[in-house]
Design a protein around this ligand. Structure first.
Ligand code: KG4
Ligand code: ZN
Length: 378
């Protein structure tokens, strides 16, 4: 059935910046008609991280079926679309190029505008999208923490001075000096023989370790200069040194590596292979990460006098981070918004949503659009 053009601006979003090939259709930057994500985790898992060459090849394989599925899910045809929004960066250049080339070709063939989107702006919009689905609208200005495998950054988000069409302005308040928080999760999980990605399994093991004494205490992370900057590589090194000092961890690490190699990577399968010391260590690691994320985010809200906090990115799925930030924000009378888990991790609905305000302003890309490995938002 052909769609009715009076029903709002329909944007097809395309995302391929890292290891998820994603496409989605969003109306007026607010209403998700479909959102399809093909994850490559199974391909990269055995290498313990994303292998860029494999990622590009997989995007090439997935892009056409993923876009078709997104259109079918939205019950639309290509002709019904008003524009194509595509992630320009930051990300892996080879991966980005697959989405960009496909988006450019599609836009040209259909005679529709192409909109270039900053992946980070997409993550900010994920928090708004979730709120809109629930009939809510976050108040601006806000502080937004984007925390994923590739990024840990705090922005002040304001309505555009001309306040047109959901356009936002950004000011960077702080960022990681070294590893992203998700990267720290992935590296520590690797050290502990807990597979890839590390966040979800460490999150569950830490919850199981509530009340278990920590075999070591890690101090708060200090960064000289901007107090809103983060640093996670020292914590990862502290975990490494602790494991080196205690060779009694080695046999359980080897057992878990063996279990993972045999495909036994579920929480229920790995929990019995973890000693109390390991559980206490995981909990202590997570306590420090969560404490740093929470303290700096609240300090940013205090400094900018905002009443709203937005959290987005893969690590926003962390249960301890969600519970702690929610409690602390509630006690301070601040509103806090997390996307659902599906919108926290990389997806294309957030890209289509971020493309909307550019579409309305007529900010279009042309055939010269190129991938940008690093692409600051502010
Ligand atoms: O946003 P995302 O899908 O991709 C990037 O842009 O990086 O985030 C993936 C990252 C991985 O590092 C993963 O370990 C982490 O998010 N992650 C988590 C959790 N779920 C995913 N970290 C902590 N707790 C979680 N529950
Ligand atoms: Zn991301």
């Amino acid at each position: 059935m052909a769609a009715d053009k009076t029903n709002g601006v329909r944007i097809l979003g395309i995302e391929s910046s890292c290891d998820e090939t994603a496409a989605a259709v969003v109306v007026d930057g607010r209403q998700i008609l479909s959102s399809v994500v093909a994850s490559q985790i199974d391909i990269h898992r055995k290498y313990g991280g994303v292998v860029p060459e494999l990622a590009s090849r997989e995007h090439l394989r997935q892009i056409v079926p993923v876009v078709r599925e997104a259109l079918a899910g939205a019950r639309l045809r290509f002709d019904d679309l008003d524009a194509i929004g595509v992630t320009q960066g930051p990300g892996l250049v080879g991966s980005l190029l697959v989405g960009i080339t496909y988006g450019k070709t599609l836009a040209e063939a259909l005679g529709k505008p192409l909109v270039a989107v900053n992946h980070l702006e997409g993550h900010v919009h994920a928090a708004f999208l979730e709120a809109y689905q629930e009939g809510d609208a976050p108040q601006l200005p806000a502080v937004c923490l984007i925390v994923s495998g590739g990024h840990t950054v705090l922005y002040e988000v304001k309505a555009n001075a001309e306040n047109r069409s959901q356009a936002l302005d950004y000011r960077k308040l702080g960022q990681t000096r070294d590893d992203a928080a998700g990267e720290a999760y992935d590296k520590v999980a690797k050290l502990l023989g807990l597979g890839y990605p590390g966040g979800p399994i460490l999150d569950r093991l830490a919850a199981a370790a509530d009340g278990v004494p920590a075999p070591v205490k890690f101090g708060p992370t200090k960064t000289r200069g901007n107090p809103l900057d983060f640093s996670f590589s020292g914590l990862k090194t502290a975990v490494l040194y602790h494991l080196r000092e205690r060779p009694d961890y080695n046999s359980e690490i080897a057992k878990r590596e063996q279990a993972i190699a045999q495909g036994q990577r579920k929480f229920e399968e790995l929990l019995p292979l973890c000693s109390r010391a390991t559980l206490g260590l995981v909990r202590e690691f997570q306590n420090v990460v969560v404490r740093d994320l929470v303290e700096r985010t609240l300090a940013a809200a205090d400094e900018t006098l905002v009443q709203t906090i937005l959290v987005s990115g893969g690590v926003a799925a962390n249960s301890q981070l969600r519970a702690t930030l929610r409690d602390r924000a509630d006690s301070l009378g601040l509103k806090i918004y997390f996307p659902s888990r599906a919108l926290s991790t990389d997806n294309a609905a957030m890209i289509a949503a971020a493309a909307y305000s550019r579409y309305v302003r007529g900010t279009f890309a042309d055939h010269s659009l190129n991938a940008m490995a690093s692409m600051p938002l502010a």
